[in-house]
Design a protein around this ligand. Structure first.
Ligand code: NDP
Length: 445
């Protein structure tokens, strides 16, 4: 059995239930297979792949908190620090009932290589808990965050590990986490990013992932002699990434016709009304049925089926993992979709990835497309350590430069390795080279 296959088999047998982790590792290893096999002895001698697929450490802990009825509740919390070859561990926290150790591990693994593509000095980690923020009062959210950070603070620090938000963890939660972190450590530092603007946060952080995705898409289209203006765009999700991707796409002159939440999706042929969407999802934290009710031509569909069958030029999955299945990929191909650019983490199944690539749809992977969030998080770390704030224009222009540069890094890596427009492989190879070089230079430990 080859070195690459052997490493993958060991991952499956050591973590048998962590299917999403298998999927992330498989995609990565398949992409870097040729690079590794060209220099197999060197990588094998240093156990490079084994050291990449086994996280530096996995913290798994109990989170005990009291609800509004005085009942004691117990959740499972995690922080998985995967690799810090390039800089302090960096990656978000996810609060969602589906969270498992395997999910956090796949997300942490992805962070290592996403962060490498940004060219910024950050390693990769991820954390979270199987806590469902839906239907909880503000005070319950606060008590949960305080209990969670009561354990998390032991493993974090501005030069050690810097968490941020993810699904279910927005500005409100980061505020509560930071408050308790500060009380426990007496340190007002840049340990958490995504903070409020009055206490060390950065302008553009809220918009960063969605805006960054569109800067990437714009560069991709320009490089292919096309213009985003006038293009039809379909989006899944109606959270932080989706909303700001829609905002930037509309500013760039594209027409966005769909969005979704965990209950269903909306097709709005007149183009999504962004003010209404923000009111429903960001202010009222309500369902998309409320959006559809106020738009005469909009259709609401319960569930998730059918969104990717809407005719589009550019598809932007911005909700969650494994959102685009093989069936969806077939519909996207049948409709002549030009590109799928992943706003969410790993939203395309391996079968769908394969089908899209074999049928001429350009697929740009999340570790490249959604790196805008972590990039501005790193710019927040830089501002915190300088004790200064930068203007919106300055952060936004750095974000745009970083995202456009990422496009060229992955496109060049694909070209140099004779992979045509296989940007999934291009991203993995470029990121692998950077991390492997730093690991090799730092010795075996
Ligand atoms: P949010 O929690 O703000 O929004 C997530 C959206 O997806 C919501 O509309 C939610 O619906 C929907 N959703 C959640 N779970 C499911 C599901 N199982 N099926 C269908 N829809 C679902 O998260 P973000 O926008 O921050 O994150 C979206 C994705 O982007 C995630 O994969 C995240 O890891 C990734 N990402 C986020 C970054 C960021 O800066 N925020 C950075 C990089 C990646 P509902 O409204 O009903 O909850």
């Amino acid at each position: 059995m080859s070195y690459v296959d052997n490493v993958y088999e060991n991952v499956v047998s050591y973590y048998p239930d962590q299917k999403e982790y298998h999927q992330a590792v498989k995609e990565f290893l398949e992409s870097v297979r040729t690079v590794v096999e060209n220099d197999e002895e060197k990588y094998q001698q240093e156990a490079m792949l084994e050291r990449m697929v086994v996280p530096d450490r996995e913290h798994s802990f109990r989170v005990t908190w009291t609800d509004d009825h005085g009942e004691v509740q117990v959740n499972h919390g995690y922080r998985i620090q995967v690799n810090n070859a390039l800089g302090p561990y960096k990656g978000g926290l996810r609060f969602h009932p589906t969270v498992t150790q395997g999910m956090i591990k796949f997300l942490g693994f992805e962070m290592v290589y996403k962060n490498a593509l940004t060219g910024l000095p950050i390693g990769g980690a991820k954390g979270g808990a199987d806590f469902d923020p839906k239907g909880k009062s503000d005070r319950e959210i606060m008590r949960f965050c305080q209990a969670y950070v009561g354990e998390l603070f032991k493993y974090t620090g501005p030069n050690m590990d810097v968490p941020a938000g993810d699904i279910g963890v927005g500005g409100r939660e980061i505020g509560y986490l930071f408050g308790m972190y500060k009380k426990l450590t007496d340190q007002f530092d840049g340990t958490l990013t995504g903070k409020g603007l009055t206490f060390g946060g950065s302008l553009v952080r809220t918009e960063a992932t969605g805006y960054g995705l569109m800067y990437f898409v714009d560069e991709l289209l320009k490089d292919h002699g096309q213009d985003i203006k006038g293009k039809t765009v379909t989006v899944s999700g109606a959270g932080n990434v989706a909303i700001f991707a829609i905002e930037k796409a509309q500013q760039m002159g594209a027409k966005v016709v769909t969005c979704s939440d965990s209950n269903g999706w909306v097709y709005d042929p007149d183009g999504i009304d962004l003010d209404l969407l923000k009111e429903v999802k960001l202010e009222k934290r309500a369902r998309l049925t409320e959006y559809a009710a106020k738009r005469p031509n909009a259709e609401y569909h319960e569930g998730h089926e059918g969104l990717w069958a809407v005719k589009t030029d550019i598809a932007l999955p911005c909700a969650t993992q494994n959102d685009i299945t093989l069936e969806d990929a077939k519909a996207l191909v049948a409709n002549g979709t030009y590109a799928v650019c992943e706003g969410a983490n790993m939203p395309t199944t391996l079968e769908a990835t394969d089908y899209l690539q074999k049928n001429g749809v350009i697929l740009c992977p999340s570790k490249a497309c959604n790196a805008g969030g972590v990039s501005v998080s790193e710019l927040e770390m830089a501002q915190d350590s300088e004790h200064l704030y930068w203007s919106f224009e300055e952060v936004d222009s750095r974000l745009s430069d970083i995202m456009r540069n990422i496009y060229h890094i992955i496109a060049d890596a694909a070209k140099e390795n004779d992979l045509g427009e296989n940007y999934v492989a291009g991203a993995n190879i470029a990121a692998f080279n950077r991390v492997a070089e730093a690991m090799a230079a730092q010795g075996v430990y």
